[in-house]
Write a protein that binds this ligand. Structure first.
Ligand code: AMP
Length: 551
């Protein structure tokens, strides 16, 4: 484990060492401009049309935007918010804002209006860049609390009215395509992202220039996301959620083509874009790919070029993994958190497993994966003792590293999640002899029945293996005898049916008897957080009395 003791600075004792060059986003940008100028960015506009330009064009617009920001009065350290889909304009903000020394606050567009007001205020945003199609959402927030001192800028092609707002394209057109970038300290804040807290106020994490560059390098390694210059990469994971897992920096850095799907995230539009642009790698949460899988099956399609899907944010259901394999697409399971920039692990086969039988390989690939080189970890039992690396014993996961946060933005009190130079993830995990992490549950989502722990993730994965089930969320509900018992909330695949007793019987053939959910409740759709995770708090609330009458 890494030491957290004060550092010994010997830099002056041996002269003639390496250049002291700050690791800033400008490195990625200038490398991209020098080496990958002719590669392309493709972006879907609000009206569905496709916009495309080269990285050289992108660079010129980034400089124009930087000039415009300065003219708007944005100074180093100021926060500038984005409220947008995955588009080329959002990408331009990702570079221009931090490279002038300001901080880009990527706002989650799926928050409730009250929460949008709250994060704008908490971040202290001086200017807010909004996609035209999202102006109504911002207007709803402003109706609650007007923000007269902020400058709004509307991006995109639709004609919409936001009083006092400027037009993005007009702003850029009025500026020169060069900018004299300032030299920044690598520890300066670059991007601010609030976690989608399921309890309490959202918490802001500030990624620095240094953490952003290091995260891109570490996450992009061949044994990480493994992206190369020849790839065509489409992030479906939103740019308002932890930097779309680092894609806006990693992809321009390696010079792969970047395909940004805009607001059209329905399965048919995604499949069409993947096919049209020859996408080789795409990234997103399981919900997106469950819907794409259903559509592929309905139309009996195979992708022409897509070889890998990076799936994370929630556990990958084994049934999804298998269905994608059948269609020639390898799933790379990845795990991470906003507090970790976010990528912590990715699942690839180690040399030891290269010749293993498929069942063994499949089991390893279904785990959350192996750590990137810049994440140190410890998994501790209830007494603070490291658990054995047996792939069975679970404990609380703590992490440390140059792209892991050490505090939350504007939270002054000392929080117990930061301790001894480590951050407590809130995830309960096992680790095996090959270094594969497996997430058993969120600490707060484990179900404790009669003193025994039940993993909601395991049970959900099992239930999602039933051919009629599209999605399943398992929660613990108060029970008069067992304190808590699991219940399953299930959404069925289109045109499929199964009733409660038959599904319980089917589950009973796959798990021990005391883990069979006491009830299965069928719903049309499972409620989700703004970033696509099951909103278990709402489910717990909705079904809290379900087992009251149980004996
Ligand atoms: P966020 O900060 O919103 O990205 O949420 C981070 C949390 O999402 C983690 O602490 C995990 O509980 C969960 N999570 C992320 N990736 C995975 C995964 N591959 N499998 C299961 N849970 C995941």
């Amino acid at each position: 484990m890494q030491s957290t003791r004060p550092r010994l600075d010997l830099s002056a004792t041996i002269p003639g060492t390496m250049m002291d060059v700050p690791l800033t986003i400008r490195w990625i940008f200038e490398h991209n401009q020098r080496s990958h100028a002719s590669r392309e960015v493709v972006s879907r506009e609000d009206d569905g049309s496709i916009f495309r330009y080269t990285y050289a064009d992108f660079g010129a617009r980034v400089a124009r935007l930087a000039n415009a920001l300065v003219e708007l009065g944005i100074r180093p350290g100021d926060r500038v918010a984005s409220f947008g889909w995955n588009t080329h304009r959002h990408l331009e903000l990702y570079y221009a804002v931090p490279m002038i020394g300001a901080v880009l606050h990527t706002t989650n567009i799926r928050l409730f209006p009250e929460q949008v007001c709250w994060v704008f205020e908490h971040a202290g945003d001086k200017a807010i860049f909004v996609d035209a199609s999202l102006v109504p959402a911002v207007a709803r927030a402003l109706a609650i609390r007007p923000a007269s001192s902020r400058q709004f800028v509307v991006m995109g092609t639709s004609q919409v009215e936001l009083p006092g707002a400027l037009d993005y394209e007009e702003l850029l057109a009025a500026q020169p395509a060069e900018f004299d970038w300032p030299d920044l300290d690598e520890r300066s804040g670059a991007i601010l992202c609030y976690t989608s807290a399921t309890t309490g106020d959202p918490k802001g994490v500030v990624f620095t220039h240094r953490s952003t560059v290091l995260h891109a390098l570490a996450a992009g390694m061949a044994d990480g996301l493994g992206v190369t210059q020849g790839d065509v990469v489409m992030p479906v994971v939103p740019m308002f959620h932890v930097n779309a897992w680092g894609v806006p920096f990693l992809i321009p850095m390696v010079g792969a083509n970047l395909v940004l799907p805009g607001a059209k995230l329905d399965p048919s539009s995604l499949i069409e874009l993947i096919e049209r642009e020859g996408v080789t790698i795409s990234l997103g949460v399981p919900t997106v790919w469950l819907a794409v899988r259903d559509e592929l099956e309905r139309r009996d399609l195979r992708f022409r070029t897509l070889k890998r899907l990076v799936i994370g944010g929630s556990a990958v259901p084994p049934s999804l993994f298998d269905d994608l394999e059948k269609r020639g697409v390898r799933t790379m399971h990845a795990w991470g958190m906003t507090e970790m920039s976010p990528i912590g692990t990715a699942s690839l086969l180690t040399a030891q497993l290269a010749g293993a039988p498929w069942e063994v390989q499949r089991a390893a690939l279904l785990k959350q994966g192996r750590f990137t080189p810049l994440v140190a970890w410890k998994i501790l039992d209830d007494n603070g003792v490291p658990v054995p690396r047996d792939g069975k014993t679970a404990g609380a996961l703590w992490v440390r590293g140059p792209a892991v946060t050490r505090s939350y933005f504007r939270v002054d009190e000392a929080l117990p999640v930061f301790n001894d130079g480590y951050f407590m993830t809130g995830d309960v995990c096992t680790i095996d002899e090959f270094g594969y992490l497996q997430l058993v549950d969120r600490t707060k989502d484990l179900v404790k029945s009669g003193g025994e722990w039940i993993s909601s993730v395991d049970l959900e994965n099992t239930i999602m293996g039933h051919p009629a089930v599209r999605e399943a969320a398992v929660i613990g509900v108060a029970h008069p005898k067992w304190v808590e018992r699991p219940i399953a909330v299930v959404a069925l695949r289109e045109g499929q049916s199964v009733d409660e007793p038959s599904l319980q019987a089917w589950i009973g053939e796959r798990v021990v008897k005391w883990q069979i959910p006491d009830r299965v409740v069928f719903v049309d759709a499972i409620p989700r957080t703004g970033v696509g995770k099951f909103l278990k708090r709402e489910l717990r609330d909705r079904y809290k009395d379900l087992l009251d009458a149980a004996k």
